[in-house]
Design a protein around this ligand. Structure first.
Ligand SMILES: Cc1ncc(C[n+]2csc(CCOP(=O)(O)OP(=O)(O)O)c2C)c(N)n1
Length: 347
């Protein structure tokens, strides 16, 4: 293990990303595109249904950040690895393979949702898919993921199980300043836990720009303090995320060591549905949209002769249909019965 943070820095999202697809098969990239587009269309529909008051409560969208969750899920082995995240969790739920019908029903507060409609947007969960939850408390998932990583380390080193996994922990730049982050990373460093800690650095914690509340803007440097590896990735590039996160997962699996990754990304929507995002300029938003992760992968695939505009349009049509079916499923599902209100509080 490195005694200081290794900064495997890539371009960062201030410069245009170019992707080398040479070593990738078309089917693999098409699948990545499909999964990212599912999240994008799902989130657009969620916003629309929220506007129509079909969805209530808090709702935080993942538009712009799709490459991160999908690259992680595709680099991982989700039959043995685990994902834990914050409240911006619809994308991670879909990335883990949760059924869009079930995720939409949860947003609608219907009994067919993954938490029987009682969790809502911030509490997607599916133990079979190894999605161990969204969390509404900023940073809460970091110690939980550390516990999961401890359990996996114990299974491997003490019980000798060969199929132990890795904990994939996602959180925002705002969570880095929580004590829970530092306590967890310290223990992960001391105990050498198989965990990948990913800061989805979308530049804002609610309306606060990172530079206004953080002494540093590149968070991989904090790995130094815990004697673990650090890495920076471009969250607008699926390939950069896939390769970097894949490397971190591999060393967690083989050598049981944690990694802290700062992933430069951007959220297109406000913090939540009630945020008009007046704290940033249209120019800034446009600059990031010009590096849209889905558009970038699509155009790189087009340049490589792997996809045509027609293929993409067909894919998009099919995905919109899937999302519409999820809405229909949620619409046609029942609400939980009032007498079950005290059930499922603790499991
Ligand atoms: C412990 C705690 N403090 C404050 C809040 C209120 N809060 C909700 S989201 C948020 C900002 C977090 O930003 P970040 O971690 O960067 O995630 P992002 O929303 O950018 O994905 C805050 C302060 C909370 N939910 N939990």
């Amino acid at each position: 293990m490195a005694s200081k943070s290794k900064n495997d820095t890539k371009s960062g999202s201030d410069s245009a990303v170019s992707m080398n697809l040479k070593s990738y098969k078309k089917d693999f990239l098409f699948s990545a595109l499909e999964k990212m587009l599912l999240i994008r269309r799902f989130e657009e529909k969620s916003a629309q249904m929220y506007g129509l008051r079909k969805i209530g409560g808090f709702c935080h969208l993942y538009n712009g950040q799709e490459a991160v969750a999908i690259a992680a899920a595709m680099a991982a082995d989700m039959s043995r690895d685990y994902m834990l995240t914050a409240y911006r969790d619809h994308g991670h739920a879909l990335a883990c393979g949760m059924d869009p019908n079930v995720v939409m029903a949860e947003l609608y507060g219907k009994i067919t949702g993954c938490s029987r409609g009682k969790g809502g947007s911030m509490h997607m969960f599916d133990v079979e898919k190894h999605m161990l939850g969204g969390n509404g408390i900023v940073g809460a998932q970091i110690p939980i993921a550390t516990g999961v990583a401890f359990a996996e380390m114990y299974k491997k080193k003490v019980l000798g199980q060969k199929d132990a996994g890795v904990a994939l922990c996602f959180f925002g730049d705002g969570a880095v300043h929580q004590g829970a982050f530092h306590e967890s990373l310290n223990l992960a460093g001391v105990w050498k836990l198989p965990a990948v800690y990913m800061v989805e650095n979308n530049r804002f914690g609610m309306g606060s720009a990172v530079h206004r509340v953080s002494a540093v803007e590149d968070f991989e440097i904090k790995a130094v303090g815990y004697n673990i590896d650090g890495m920076q990735l471009d969250g607008m590039s699926f390939i950069d995320c896939y390769e970097g996160i894949g490397k971190a997962i591999e060393r967690a699996r083989k050598d049981s060591v944690p990694t802290l990754i700062d992933i430069k990304t951007y959220r297109y929507k406000g913090h939540s549905m009630s945020d008009p995002a007046k704290y940033r300029t249209k120019d800034e938003l446009d600059k990031f949209k010009a590096q849209d992760p889905i558009e970038l992968l699509k155009s790189a695939m087009k340049d490589a002769g792997m996809i045509t505009d027609e293929d993409y349009q067909n894919l998009d049509k099919q995905i919109k249909q899937t999302v519409q079916e999820a809405v229909d499923f949620a619409e046609n599902s029942d609400e939980p019965a009032i007498e079950t209100i005290y059930e499922d509080v603790y499991v």
